[in-house]
Design a protein around this ligand. Structure first.
Ligand code: ADP
Length: 519
């Protein structure tokens, strides 16, 4: 690596400094920078990456055990070697030093060539580690830059392609000779194929660059799945395949999730199933896998009676650019990216995707994803009407602390429909900060949040109100899926006024709001 060698820094921490008389001179003569520090300082320097190697000399000092442990822990995570000075004659001490986690022992009385060669060895290992880390980081940065470039160029690439494909369509409507029409058909087909490949590559790089977000909305699951079938029906009909959906009646029709991403996965799997099936059927099954606290885990299956995939090739699926067989890709086309994209999208929806297949018999691709159960259109309308009737006329400014974006949307959309102003916070700490800088009529506080939970945030808010010397306590309502009595008592003790069990509808929410506001 064309890097200039920086001076090597060695820390020596000893509670018997005289013991180490000759070694400082030896190290200085080798051009190492040497500092003598106590244990606490050694730990601090590890944290600040201010050393390359640490020599410890602590004969019989039991009271420093904890500090030594801390030093070892920190230096291991920073990959800084720690060598312990041990009596040459005491083999047990040498063994126990290594067992404790020291990287090596320095044997006393010291022998200069042996001592220096051990130090050189550990410094060389550390340098190798650093070099490896740099190479790895450079590689990762380059890969990130590449995906980012592609992801950011997506608009620039898609726009002219859409222009080409679109203009070909318009040109086809004009008066053309037979030969011109043939040429145009080829341009049309190639354009469509190219656009499909570009879309796959761009989608994939967007996911890799973390630019594809999950956009949860309330939607009708049955309708969206049916739409996929409608979209691909003509392809199945061209091949005389039976193609349809079986929707388990236990699965809720109205759910909250990202229908676009769900459809993208289903379209991909159905497209493949139709592509690789010559006769028979392609069936889409939608089944209920689990249901708890207003959340449903739904299993989607796409089953075909096509060519199937060998066990060896099944292992290659879901990997980037993997087409299981070059002859297949020549025959059927495609980028080998479809399933890799599906895998990532399903992961984005907190699910898993898998396959079972037998050559010559067919394949069954399946994945799960979880949805929050939503109210149906008519129930939602009823809920809104009864919530409006119950609601006081006053417009409230509400702080909504909730880390789950689905729950956030459900509560925020409902409250906004009732005409209230909603400020969002994504965790307890964020809620506390927003509380300090605004005046709210009421706080809705989720209990389980990252960084700081709702109970802790409530305590902070109540303390803050005390320091402001105000008698006014803004009502705080806990939102929790835990309906245990002991938990509820804990929330009240922490300073909350009331609680709302999840899942709740708008009417439930308004009832609790009324209760706390009239207190
Ligand atoms: P592509 O976009 O090229 O179709 P995919 O990742 O979707 O890439 O699929 C990769 C490969 O997996 C396909 O080329 C095909 O060989 C195999 N494959 C996928 N689905 C099926 C299926 N239903 N039946 C048989 N083979 C399949």
């Amino acid at each position: 690596m064309g890097r200039k060698k920086r001076p090597v820094k060695i820390l020596i921490s000893s509670n018997v400094p005289d013991d180490l008389e000759p070694i400082t001179d030896w190290l200085l003569a080798e051009n190492y920078c040497v500092s003598h520090v106590d244990l606490l300082k050694a730990i601090a320097r590890v944290r600040e990456f201010k050393s390359d190697l640490i020599i410890l000399n602590i004969p019989g000092a039991k009271n420093v055990d904890d500090l030594v442990k801390k030093l070892l822990e920190k230096s291991h995570s920073a990959k800084i070697p720690v060598l312990l000075v041990v009596d040459r004659s005491n083999l047990n001490d040498q063994i126990s030093a290594i067992e404790q986690g020291f990287d090596d022992c320095l044997l006393k009385p010291f022998a200069k060539p042996e001592f220096l060669s051990r130090i050189r060895l550990h410094i060389a290992l550390r340098r190798k580690d650093e070099d490896l880390k740099m190479v790895k980081e450079a590689g990762e940065a380059a890969a990130r830059a590449k995906t980012l470039l592609l992801a950011n160029m997506s608009h620039e690439i898609r726009t002219p392609m859409n222009g080409i494909v679109g203009m070909v369509d318009i040109l086809k409507e004009t008066r053309l000779t037979k030969r011109q029409r043939e040429y145009l058909d080829i341009i049309d087909l190639s354009g469509e194929n190219l656009l499909m490949i570009i879309n796959d590559i761009l989608d994939f790089s967007k996911i890799e660059a973390g630019q594809i977000s999950f956009e949860p909305i309330r939607f009708n699951l049955r309708n969206e799945v049916n739409e996929v079938v409608k979209l691909l029906k003509y392809k199945a009909e061209q091949k005389m395949l039976r193609f349809g959906v079986e929707f388990d009646s236990k699965v809720s029709e109205w759910v909250i999730g990202d229908p676009l991403r769900l459809k993208q996965v289903l379209i991909n799997l159905c497209n493949n199933a139709i592509k690789f099936t010559q006769s028979g059927s392609v069936r889409v099954l939608v089944k209920l896998s689990k249901k708890t606290h207003g959340v449903e885990v739904v299993k989607f299956e796409v089953i075909d009676t096509g060519i199937g995939i060998s066990p060896e090739n099944q292992r290659k699926l879901f990997k980037t650019f993997s087409q299981v067989d070059a002859s297949i890709s020549r025959k059927y086309g495609g980028t080998g990216l479809g399933l890799a994209i599906c895998k990532r999208l399903v992961k984005l929806m907190n699910g898993r995707i898998s396959v079972e297949s037998a050559e010559g018999l067919g394949s069954r691709f399946y994945f799960t994803t979880s949805f929050e159960i939503a109210l149906s259109d008519s129930k939602l309308e009823k809920d809104l009407v009864s919530a409006r009737e119950l609601m006081p006329q006053k417009v409230l400014k509400i702080l909504l602390a909730e880390d789950n974006i689905i729950n956030q949307k459900v509560a925020a959309i409902g409250l906004k429909k009732l005409g209230h102003e909603v400020v969002l916070a994504i965790n307890g700490l964020n809620a506390f900060e927003k509380f300090k800088h605004n005046t709210f009529d009421v706080v809705l506080m989720d209990i389980h949040m990252p960084e700081m939970d709702g109970v802790e945030a409530t305590r902070l808010i109540r303390e803050y109100e005390k320091t402001k010397n105000s008698n006014h306590r803004v009502p705080i309502i806990a939102m929790t899926a835990n309906n245990l009595k002991s938990d509820k008592e804990k929330f009240i003790l922490a300073g909350m006024n009331d609680y709302l069990g999840k899942p709740f509808n708008l009417t439930d929410l308004v009832r609790v709001l009324n209760r706390v506001l009239s207190e």
